[in-house]
Design a protein around this ligand. Structure first.
Ligand SMILES: Nc1nc2c(ncn2[C@@H]2O[C@H](COP(=O)(O)OP(=O)(O)O)[C@@H](O)[C@H]2O)c(=O)[nH]1
Ligand SMILES: [Mg+2]
Length: 456
């Protein structure tokens, strides 16, 4: 148990209805009692709210009207005594309540320290602690459910079940090392055959990591094309709000505009760019340069062509060099077409999806969204059907475990000394422990938790 009491503002700082200052540690209740004056007399009971005021005990100044609650160890998030003060949210109010708790003996919490304590006190393992970050950061429903699964211990369960099987195998090996005569007559390959089934199981988990970017971070979808093709109009149509400036004049968009957007449930960053082509002035030239950079950094490109004007060689050249991740939009479908369907198929590189749309009327937008979504899912591992997505740290450790397990299985049939085999198994188990955060050096743990927010 930690001896000091920590305090932090646990809600986002800014004007709002409610803000929370949270305390954890042996003096949490004592500090709260010193600054809280209840409206109605009576003791604070765990898990029930009490109305009153926060009052500076030295000056008698009232700071805010609040609701407070306490939790008693071990029945709390950190498994320590905790107190929560719900005040009005405002940087002034929250800071003065925080300062008061510190004057009375708490110390400001480090980033992620509440969760770190929950981990140290055995309430959460490391995958669960990391899931807390995912849960608050994911913009998507799918990410939310994945994070919640991890928080409920689903990832740990999977890892634990693999670990149990490896431990069992290790105990057999160790017995054989100790009593070598037993080895006679035992076919090791056969004994450890079931371990082979663990490989696809672990590979599936590792593969599921690929879908993290899409569900937890949001990927870049860049709208590109020649000037006046209708890129900005398309962005506005997709997000159903006039964010980008549209004019009949070529070269209206000069800067790169980035808008967070939920494309049929998938969080994307939608980027509008300046049209590629011959610039009229320096600002436009810069815009084109930035547009090209955005295209290179895009996960998916929506390449817009004005189909009433036609497809030009420079369009084809950009599309061809990004054929893997481009969806072509043949815009202004409300105007007469200058290209036939047949010609389009011939012109576009094979397999590049396209859709006729009108950013003006909304025609074809549904179909286009479907095609973009398909591309996004296909490229970002979103097709991986998993209810869990390990983060990078967990995936690296899982890969290490898999490599050791594969090494072990390869060496089995080759008269390898038993102690070498055992070492491979131990290595695999060590990697799995790393996933769960067991026996990790303090400095590594501190580094992991320091990426959390303050107050979490
Ligand atoms: N008829 C028609 N006009 C469009 C359509 N989309 C855009 N425009 C017009 O084309 C011009 C250029 O559009 P804009 O979105 O600024 O193109 P950008 O330069 O590619 O961003 C504007 O006058 C738009 O109103 C469309 O689907 N149909
Ligand atoms: Mg534009």
């Amino acid at each position: 148990m930690t001896q000091d009491t920590i305090s932090a503002i646990s809600t986002p700082i800014g004007p709002g209805a409610i803000g929370v200052v949270r305390l954890s540690g042996p003096k949490a209740h004592e500090i709260l009692s010193a600054i809280f004056v209840p409206k109605k007399k009576g003791p604070l009971r765990p898990f029930s709210l009490k109305l009153g005021n926060i009052v500076d005990p030295d000056t008698g100044d009232k700071l805010d009207e609040v609701l407070v609650s306490i939790m008693k160890a071990p029945y709390s998030y950190t498994r320590e005594d905790m107190a929560e003060i719900q005040s009005h949210s405002g940087i002034g109010i929250l800071s003065s309540i925080l300062e008061l708790t510190i004057r009375l003996g708490a110390r400001p919490a480090q980033p992620g320290e509440f969760t770190y304590r929950a981990f140290l006190n055995g309430r959460l393992d490391l995958t669960q602690a990391e899931a807390v970050v995912d849960l608050v950061q994911t913009p998507s429903k799918k990410g939310q459910s994945m994070a919640l699964n991890a928080l409920m211990g689903k990832l740990s369960e999977k890892v634990d079940s693999v670990r149990e099987k490896l431990l069992e195998a290790l105990s057999i090996l160790e017995a054989l090392i100790e009593f070598p005569e037993e080895e006679l007559g035992i076919d090791l390959s056969l004994t450890f055959l079931p371990l082979r089934d663990l490989i696809p199981e672990m590979e599936e988990l590792i593969e599921a990591h690929r879908s993290r970017r899409i569900w937890f971070e949001g990927i870049y979808v860049v709208i590109a094309g020649r000037t006046n093709a209708g890129k900005s109009s398309l962005l506005n149509r997709l997000i159903e709000s006039p964010r980008a400036i549209v004019t009949p004049l070529p070269g209206t968009t000069r800067d790169v505009l980035e808008v967070p957007y939920l494309l049929e449930g998938i969080p994307v960053k939608l980027v509008d760019t300046a049209g590629i082509g011959v610039p009229k002035d320096e600002a436009e030239e810069m815009g084109i340069k930035r547009a090209m950079e955005s295209i290179e950094g895009a996960d998916v490109i929506i390449y817009v062509v004005d189909q009433s004007v036609g497809v030009k060689e420079e369009d084809i050249s950009v599309i061809r060099s990004h054929a893997q991740n481009t969806v072509v939009t043949l815009n202004k479908a409300d105007l007469p077409s200058s290209i036939s369907m047949e010609n389009i198929e011939k012109m576009l590189p094979e397999g590049v999806p396209y859709a006729f749309v009108s950013a003006l009327t909304g025609f074809g937008i549904g179909e286009l969204k479907g095609k973009i979504k398909e591309k996004v899912l296909c490229l970002s591992g979103g097709m991986v059907d998993s209810n869990i997505s390990p983060n990078l740290r967990q995936t690296v450790a899982l890969k290490g475990a898999l490599a050791s397990l594969k090494g072990f299985l390869e060496l089995i049939g080759r008269d390898t000394p038993l102690d070498i085999l055992a070492e491979d198994l131990r290595e695999a188990i060590r990697h799995l422990d790393e996933v769960l955060g067991r026996d990790l050096p303090e400095e590594i743990l501190e580094k992991i938790f320091s990426s959390f927010c303050i107050g979490k």
